[in-house]
Design a binder for this molecule. Structure first.
Ligand SMILES: Nc1nc2c([nH]c(=O)n2[C@H]2C[C@H](O)[C@@H](COP(=O)(O)OP(=O)(O)OP(=O)(O)O)O2)c(=O)[nH]1
Length: 132
């Protein structure tokens, strides 16, 4: 029996004007599921560098990574995921969709109006207090 596959994921809760940016996966098995921009950390890469790279690639947006909001461990059928969610400040650029089919700045009142990844829900509750 081999070790179960493990992936390291970073995601960014990008904040601007009391709202957070959520995006809807445009393709693949989880198309239609909402998430924070991000992705797998590459070998030798820091979380911060991976996050800045992924957010730039996916949304064309520049962010400053502020702090770790929380960590989630989740078993997907194909692998075990360890995801670190960071609070990021929006610096520049309007989000341009490339891999996502939709995206919105969500405030406290509409934070739960989109279908997030189940794995994200605990961290989303934690995020509520950041949205004022
Ligand atoms: N980016 C992101 N991924 C999330 C979130 N919540 C969550 O469970 N995930 C999962 C979905 C994927 O299994 C994994 C992210 O990996 P990824 O973005 O490289 O997605 P992927 O494996 O579909 O991409 P790829 O190999 O095709 O590039 O983390 C989230 O909020 N943001």
């Amino acid at each position: 029996m081999g070790e179960r596959k493990h992936i390291d994921v970073v995601a960014g809760a990008i904040l601007r004007g009391g709202k957070v940016y959520g995006a809807c996966r445009g393709y693949g098995a989880y198309a239609g599921t909402w998430e924070f921009a991000g992705g797998k950390v590459e070998k030798g890469e820091t979380d911060e560098a991976a996050l800045v790279r992924e957010i730039r690639e996916e949304l064309g947006v520049e962010v400053a990574v502020e702090r770790l909001l929380g960590i989630v461990d989740h078993d997907y059928p194909e692998y075990h995921m360890n995801m670190r969610l960071y609070i990021c400040r929006h610096i520049a650029g309007e989000p341009q969709l490339s891999v996502h089919s939709a995206g919105r700045w969500l405030g406290r009142a509409d934070l739960y109006s989109v279908p997030w990844f189940e794995a994200d829900m605990e961290l989303i509750r934690k995020l509520e207090s950041e949205l004022v």
